[in-house]
Write a protein that binds this ligand. Structure first.
Ligand SMILES: Cc1cc2nc3c(=O)[nH]c(=O)nc-3n(C[C@H](O)[C@H](O)[C@H](O)COP(=O)(O)OP(=O)(O)OC[C@H]3O[C@@H](n4cnc5c(N)ncnc54)[C@H](O)[C@@H]3O)c2cc1C
Length: 471
């Protein structure tokens, strides 16, 4: 019996039948990344139901020197939750830990276990008149543990920040099997290095997140959602700045190029273009208020009429009701899915300083399209955060192996341009497996040195998610 089999056998009595999955057909759906590009192998999925069970499994893994790959909803975009292909590691699913331990409107904190699905937390917060304000397209399946471990962003970062800003504390099992309990929810705690902050964005390489204390805000009383047509990313950013001088209500501001809209209309059933005339670029705007007496739609309409008068936008429509608002958001949230169906898209989740993003997008697209004739380069997403998903799509006649043949060269070019602009090659999706080489190539040596020192100090046996993030 090899070490992995010994671990699986000893895990059985600790986790019970529900917590040990060895049937290949049940394991298979969890062995590939969301885009279906990276494939791994694992002899089992271990699925603990409590923090103590996680700690017991981590201790066993250390004892047997068997690596663990933590996994939540497996919606990550960097293949961080995909095990290595040689079957040497075991998947550790947190999905059975799906309890909201407490939720408190007065304290404005929810303590959710790692396997709680984001949408479940949204509903729970709403029931007590509160809101967890981070959201993204995968909210129906991504988990609190995954969101924490990737320091996820999403569409409301403009106002509320990334997970890092919304986490009041983390409970985790460290690689030696000890439990770090940081769930006190203290607003102020300056006892030196923050282990909580180290674990946020660690992609499972420093321990297993088991529960998280999350900050809540008052529930929205009403929202207004608009779809506008603009001439360029520069006009889109000018529109955001224009709105910011007139209202504090804007919390979502998402850029959508015509190319992405057309892809969604082609591949996602039931979607339709919000504006009659084709526009080169669009911005989806969400404005919200917590004041039941406020007329947020009228406020946004006034602002957009002014913007139209100043020729900042070419056209705009405000959703007439919630169903229409959801339909607008569905377009934005379906872009990644439409690209997945389409197949030949190379994704780059990048950031540069916000003010420089319009120039970067235009010049980078031009350079990539010139260097790789026939491809379409474009960006969509969180313009106001200086974060764009800069995607390069194959030409219509491209060979089926375009991604394998051209992908690395295109990515190197994009990453070089991003680095030259003082940006980051991973704005919100993490490094995982997909960006590890590029991270090692482009990150400043001091950053890599510190990262390695932290990794080796906390996980000297290298049992936590090997082959991810750490060069
Ligand atoms: C349609 C779509 C839209 C998306 N939009 C956005 C977006 O706007 N912004 C954004 O930031 N991301 C976005 N994502 C990416 C993804 O949803 C996030 O990265 C999310 O945080 C992943 O959560 P998960 O539970 O699926 O994690 P997984 O994919 O299972 O894991 C992600 C990483 O976290 C680690 N991990 C998971 N759980 C734990 C744990 N309990 N302890 C330690 N490590 C753990 C894994 O090992 C892996 O490295 C999108 C994905 C999809 C499919």
């Amino acid at each position: 019996m090899d070490a992995a089999q010994q671990l699986i056998a000893t895990a059985g009595p600790i986790l019970g039948a529900k917590g040990v999955i060895t049937e290949p057909a049940e394991i298979a759906p969890w062995l590939s990344d969301w885009r279906g590009r990276v494939h791994g192998a694992s002899p089992a999925i271990l699925a603990p139901a409590s923090t103590d069970e996680v700690a017991a499994i981590v201790r066993l893994a250390a004892q047997h020197r068997v690596p663990l790959v933590p996994q939540g909803g497996n919606t990550g975009m960097a293949a961080g939750a995909t095990p290595p292909p040689d079957g040497s590691a075991i998947l550790l699913s947190l999905r059975r830990m799906h309890r909201i331990r407490s939720i408190d409107a007065a304290g404005r904190i929810a303590v959710a276990e790692a396997g709680v699905v984001l949408e479940t937390l949204h509903h729970a917060a709403n029931e007590i008149g509160m809101r967890f304000p981070l959201t993204l397209g995968a909210r129906g399946s991504c988990t609190i543990g995954g969101l924490t471990s990737t320091n996820a962003g999403g569409t409301q970062v403009l106002k509320f920040g990334t997970m890092r800003a919304l986490i009041a504390g983390v409970e985790a099992v460290l690689p030696d099997g000890s439990i770090h309990s940081g769930l006190s929810g203290l607003k102020k705690d300056n006892r030196g290095y923050s282990l909580d902050q180290l674990l946020i964005g660690a992609e499972g390489t420093l321990g297993v997140v088991t529960a998280v204390a999350l900050r809540l805000v008052p529930a929205v009383a009403s929202r207004a959602v608009a779809w506008t047509g603009v001439a360029s990313p520069a006009d889109a950013l000018a529109l955001l700045r224009f709105l910011e001088h007139r209202t504090t209500s804007v919390e979502g501001f998402e850029l959508v190029p015509r190319d992405s809209l057309e892809l969604v209309l082609r591949h996602i059933p039931g979607t339709r273009a919000p504006l009659d005339d084709a526009q080169p670029w669009h911005v989806l705007i969400e404005a919200t208020t917590v004041d039941p007496a406020a007329d947020i739609a009228a406020e946004l309409q006034r602002c957009l009429a002014d913007a139209l008068g100043q020729k900042l936008i070419a056209d705009a429509v405000i959703a007439a009701n919630e169903a229409q608002a959801e339909a607008f958001w569905r377009i934005r949230d379906s872009i990644s899915e439409a690209e997945r169906v389409d197949g030949q898209t190379l994704a780059h989740d990048i950031s540069v300083p916000v003010a420089d993003m319009p120039r970067f997008m235009t010049e980078a697209a031009r350079e990539v399209e010139r260097a790789f004739p026939g491809v379409i380069a474009s960006g969509f997403g969180h313009l106001g955060d200086g974060n764009i998903h800069f995607h390069v799509r194959a030409a219509d006649h491209a060979a089926p192996d375009w991604y394998e043949r051209e992908g690395a060269a295109i990515t190197r070019m994009v990453d070089n341009l991003v680095t030259a602009a003082g940006g980051s090659i991973s704005a919100e999706h993490g490094i995982g497996q997909l960006k590890r080489e590029e991270f090692a190539r482009l990150a400043p040596p001091g950053r890599i040195h510190a990262l390695l020192a932290i990794k080796h100090a906390l996980d000297p046996l290298g049992i936590m998610n090997p082959g991810k993030l750490v060069p």
